[in-house]
Structure formats: structure tokens, C-alpha cells
Design a protein around this ligand. Sequence first.
Ligand code: ADP
Length: 478
Amino acid sequence: MLESSPLVPWEADAKTWCFTYVGPQAEGLLGFPVAAWYDGDFWAQRIHPDDRDMALETCERLCRERSSYQFEYRMVRADGSIVWICDVVSVETRDGEPDVLRGFLIDVSDRRESEERLQLMADALPAAIAYVDKDQRYQFVNQAYEDWFGIPTAEVVGQTLEEFLGQEMYRSLGPQVERVLSGERIKYRSHLRGPDGVRRHFDASFVPHQERSGEVLGYFSLVLDTTSQVEAEEEARHTRDQIAHVSRVATMGELATSMAHELNQPLSAIVSNAQAATRFLAAENPDPEEARDALADIAEDAKRAGGVIRRMRGLLSGGKPQRTALDLNGLVEGVAALMHSDAVSRQITVTLDLADDLPALTCDPIQVQQVVINLMMNGCEAMSHENTTHRELTIQTERADAHLRISVVDTGHGLEPETEKEIFEPFVTTKDGGMGMGLSISRSIVEAHGGRMWATPHSERGAAFHVELPLHPPRHDE
Ligand code: ADP
């Protein structure tokens, strides 16, 4: 066999495309003797049928445009095997007409094979992978582009981002592309409407392809479709909100007696103050001062009653979670007021140990209120056993860096160390008629706010539950 070189020089007639010269390495390339190459349309005949039209058209165009070009196609060897050729062609003219074609055939099978392997690998990945050059032209894309956009990968390669994505999508992507082409690694999360009109969520990473000198030649992009994951999360959040609502309504039922009591107090006070005012005015020498004081008390009590009703309505409301600024101490005081008569009837002393000057907490006040109520009710229930003599419930608030912490400490029957984690799981209860949902709902509310919740057994007896909420929680709907 002749020396096999990956490079075969050749010359051909520009009209007949018949070889007039081929280097001796030609035999090693295809396994045909050099003499066979001079046969009429040997070249066209040996091109793989799938690539023949493309190769002949390219050659025609070269002659027409009298340009130099390099293109790749497959040829079939004498033994039927395939070789990938890169053909580097230039056209020589005489009197303005194409006269001689001159070039090299280069065996690029190894490179094509590794490229094919890479393509196969990339196509098998459940992500859209692309290489985009610094002129923002796709140089490589995997099968996901065809699956997502319905355009064959071969047609995507060579298009600019703007041509392929369209004006609108390109505009939203533009700033990230500029950043990666200036050498920055980028990760971002976004959503867009696909060609089928369906909203798709994705996570994208762009990595610059940089020379040692720092020059950016292009970038690699990896885009993961996270639509089903995001939808499942939304669904789970929705379900959690519904369960939280149902649980609030259940809590309302448990608190009804206490609430009725809380309402009764201001209402009775209103009635007696109204009677007093009537008396003052009906007296022989009516005392407008006293009547005014009684009326002011009536207004105060009416406000208190209004507050109780507002909190009840809040607990009953469903609706989407809110994010507003909340005075945490105010909320704790409100819940303590709501549960006051419940605590009194169980002979429990409620102590509030609230830090001064707490900043406002961005959160859903109704949900946070639900957490505090759950913890306080659990604390009260843990102290309800007749053997419990010292019954004290302490609620502390404090600031911990960028978080606010609420601790609810009781002197009840306490927690077994091994159940410390378990009790946050749904349906875990040690109470007759307990649902075992309170702590699990509370924890999911806290985590949805970007916070955390844990329990610690407290000194000799009792338990402490802690909730830490970030001052500014992450938003989930962005
Ligand atoms: P439920 O109150 O319906 O049982 P929870 O999820 O609120 O549901 O509480 C789960 C379990 O955790 C309770 O049954 C109890 O065993 C335990 N637990 C909760 N709070 C306390 C507490 N303050 N002291 C001791 N055990 C508690």
C-alpha cells in the first residue's frame, strides 16, 4: 500500500471535473489505484449518495463564483467503507472563465467521528446545548433545539441568535449574551412562551469560551427545561395553602369559645358604659365630662371588638399568600389577646418577652399568625395535664442578624429527644383527636418564607419551639 497521508493534492478540469492529477497518496485514501481516479466522473461516483447533490452543487457554485472554498462530504472506499473528506478547492481562471480546479483532499474521519460521538452524547442529554460564536452565530446545537423549536439542527447551525430566536426572545436574552461575551459566567432562571404558545420555565448557564489572552471566541450554553418541576412546585404550594386554610378553619373552631369570650368582654363594657352615659345625661345636673369619658371608653372597646373580629376574619380567609410589612410584636400581642381567656381558664400565665425596636418583617401576616397560634395552642395543651402545677407560656421575640426569631416556651410535659424531629411530620400526634398537622403546616409556612423552625427540650420540663424568619423572604412567584 502506498504511503497513506491524510492530504491528497489534486487538479481537475474546471468544465468536466475530471482529475488531471492526483497525488500518489490517493490510493491509500480510497483503495483505488491512482489510474482509476482519471476515469471520467470518478469523483462524483465515489461520493456517498447522501452527500452527492450537496457536493456537486457546491462545486458548481464555486465555479460560478470563481471562489475558494472548503467543504466536507463522505466518499465510499473500494471496500465499501466510508471516509470523511474535507475538500479545499480553489478555482483558476483563464480569460475570465474557470479553467483549472486545484485542491487537497484531507481525511477528517477521525475528527468527524469524535464530533459525531459528541453530537450523539449531546443529543442524549435532556437539555438544550449550544455553542455560539462571538458573532452570535450558532456553531453547534443538539437535538433538543429541534425538539423544542421544530427546526432541524442542521438548519439552526449558521443562524444568528436573532434570526433563530426572533426579535422578542432575542431582546430578552440580549443582555445575558452581552455579559457572557464579555467573559462573565452566567446562570439565570426565566420563562418564555414557546412556538406552541405554551409557557416554559428554564434554567440557563452560559460559559464563555476564552483564549488564554482573555479574548472571548464564543460561549457554551446549557438550558434545562424546568417546566414540570416548576409546575409541580406551584401545585404543591397551592395544595399547601389549601391545607393551611382548612387547618386555620379547624383552629378557629377550637378557638371559638375563647374568641366569643374576647368579644363578650368589650361588648359588656360597651353596654355598661352606654348605660352609665345615659345615666349621666339623665341626671338633674348632667355632667358632660363624665358622659364624654364613657363615650370614649365605648369607642375604645368597640375598637377592641373590631380587632378580634378582624383577626377571626383573617384566619378564615383563603386567598393567595401575601407579602406585607408586619409588626411581629404587634402580632404576638394580638394572638395573646385572642387566646387570653383560653389561657386563664386553663390557669396558664402568659408572659410576653418582646425585643424593642424590631424592624418590620416582610411576610404573609395571616400565615405567620397561624404559626404563632399553633405553637401557643400546643404549648397550652402540653400544660393541661392535671399533674402540671407550674403553667407558664413565654413568647419571646428577638432579632438574629437578618432574621427575626420567635420562641414559644412552655412548662408542659416536654418532648422526648427521639421525637424532636418526628413531630414535624404530618399526621404525627400523641393527642386524642389530634390531627398531627399543626407543626407540619407551620414548618411548611416557615420554609416557604425562607425561614426555619425547630424544637428544643426546655430545661427540666417543658419544650421550646423556635421560628426564624428572614426579614426579606425570597418570592416564589417570580
Ligand atoms: P396535633 O396538635 O394535632 O397533635 P401538631 O403537629 O401540632 O399536631 O403536634 C404534633 C405532636 O407534637 C403533638 O401531638 C405532640 O406530641 C407534640 N408537641 C407539639 N407541641 C408540643 C409541646 N409544646 N410540648 C410537647 N409536645 C408537643
